[in-house]
Write a protein that binds this ligand. Sequence first.
Ligand code: SAM
Length: 391
Amino acid sequence: MVPPGTGGGTPGVPRRCSPAPIRCVDAPATAPTRRDRYDVRTMSDTTPDPRPQPSEGPPRDRLGRRPRDLRISVTDRCNFRCTYCMPAEVFGRDYAFLPRSQILTYEEIVRLAAIFVRLGVEKLRITGGEPTVRRDLPDLVRPLAAIEGVRDLTLTTNGSTLRTLAAPLAGAGLRRITVSLDSLDDALFRAMSGADMPVARVLDGIAAAREAGLAPVKINMVVKRGSNEASIVPMARWARDAGFILRFIEYMDVGTANGWRMDDVVPWAEIVALVDATFPLEALPPNYPGEVATRFRYRDGAGEIGVIASVTAPFCGACTRARLSAEGELFTCLFAARGTDLRAPLRAGADDAELEARIRAVWGARDDRYSDLRSAGTANLPRVEMFAIGG
Ligand code: SAM
């Protein structure tokens, strides 16, 4: 029922979990937690690696990882103010989001995405901010879908505009979609999302996505202690009945604005135990190496859930993700303090070979593994906000 390896308990301490009923114990102290040997430089240093990099084929970073997924943030703006991502007290009316001139155009995004695909990326995820607040999004989806070598093209959205946009996005070549939703309870949904709309609007957007043929529809639910634990089982029931794949996400210490505390994290094992008590589960193997979610199926065959346990069971060793921010910076870690500017060379006339060499150098220099090293020592490091680089 529970995946082999890690999960629950003390961050950085691997856990061994037994089959149902769930029992997790701290692993013997042989695992290299490195909490006391934390190296700040590795979090944010994207200085190109002086060692020669191969100029052909997929690059490998210092930990042997290859780039397979590119998350493309098309805007830093959002029409929601989720407390754990873009809290309204910090990102109010006066907050200076990026001016249009600093945001990559769709042509620039497509050109960079094609270079990433040449470097081995197979999966593209459009995100933000809220990607659907950017105008004419299907005009980006169409050329991205046409890049040879793209096997998976998807979008993460809060779902608020899908009634209008789902069909045009599907028509442009979007294949599937992930919608973020933290509760079915209207008051709780409004409180957590800061959205000035009923949850029914998101549910209608999700229905529109299904009608448009986007499949599978996945639902992301961030679980925060003291906020929406009571929504775990109702959300599981709803997604199960409707045939959506629900992914529970541990509340993460992304950015520096959400006041994250370890005490607010509900470990994945607790989430799975809650669901399992009502709808018995068993573990599933990953769909592909490096899959972010750990998967479980309902024993009665009524679908699956996943948990994204980046706090209590980090998966940095299998990370194949690169992130392109709305302003054209390349980030290799969600928890990095800074990225590498690709927009400047792009706009200065660099050709594809030069851009490719720059991306190769950044990837080759990569040795970040923030979640593996998370500790008191990492708590106060500068980090870019998640909405700026794409979730
Ligand atoms: N606006 C879109 C949306 O709502 O899905 C895309 C961007 S959002 C940053 C991408 C995902 O990140 C969402 O599923 C959101 O719930 C998740 N997220 C944001 N902040 C988070 C945090 N502190 N911990 C865990 N997940 C978070």
